[in-house]
Design a protein around this ligand. Structure first.
Ligand SMILES: [Zn+2]
Length: 214
């Protein structure tokens, strides 16, 4: 069955689209991206709750269009490639954590879209690094406006009190990676870090695949 699926849907690189025999990303793309220096970003938040911030690539060019394809069409091969690149980075930077927690979307948005792209990417990060993925710890309890429709000040207020933690014991005293697809003002991931810290996480590492600084 697996062989048949591979024949029907050959694995392609989620960046350049070339057919590959390697895992999820072709050697060439992996090499190019490996030499990218991720940017040091000042969080811009009045109080920062995460202990470390790692945002890999600028939101532009081919990575931007692949991210949009993943978001709107849910192409898993793109999520696999992104997950593999992130897993690679974790290894390179020797990032150790007890779990990976994706930034959740609301139930209604998930129902509308059918999936949460950050969760899809985090799933492959987890598979490749062996760090467990917790989907049910951080949840979104309220529907708010799309962050992209708001200005800087509104964004910080818009994410207040919309996330909560359940199964608190799972993260007490733990090192947690909170993962989002894109970093813009940092309001979302900072709010998630805040809720996780208040619930007892000892270290929160904020990670995003892309960043788009306003
Ligand atoms: Zn490639």
């Amino acid at each position: 069955m697996k062989k048949l699926l591979e024949l029907l849907y050959p694995q392609v690189c989620g960046i350049c689209g070339k057919k590959i025999n390697e895992r999820y990303t072709c050697r060439k793309c992996l090499n190019i991206l490996e030499y990218y220096q991720e940017m040091k970003i000042a969080s811009g938040q009045s109080k920062t709750y995460f202990d470390e911030l790692l945002c890999l690539f600028p939101y532009k060019g081919i990575l931007k269009s692949r991210m949009l394809q993943l978001k709107f069409y849910g192409y898993q091969y793109i999520a696999k490639t992104f997950g593999e690149i992130l897993a690679h980075k974790m290894e390179q930077k020797n990032i150790k954590a007890d779990c990976i927690i994706p930034v959740p979307i609301s139930k209604s948005r998930k129902f509308e879209r059918g999936f949460n792209q950050s969760e899809c990417i985090a799933k492959y990060m987890s598979e490749l690094t062996g760090v467990p993925l917790y989907r049910k710890v951080l949840i979104k309890t309220k529907n708010n406006f799309q962050q992209s429709s708001l200005n800087l000040l509104e964004r910080a207020n818009n994410v207040k009190n919309v996330y909560s933690v359940q199964n608190i014991d799972e993260i007490k005293g733990k090192t947690v990676i909170v993962f989002d697809d894109i970093y813009t003002t940092g309001a979302t991931i900072n709010e998630c870090a805040k809720v996780l810290k208040h619930a007892g996480a000892s270290i929160v590492i904020a990670m995003t695949f892309l960043y788009s600084l306003k």
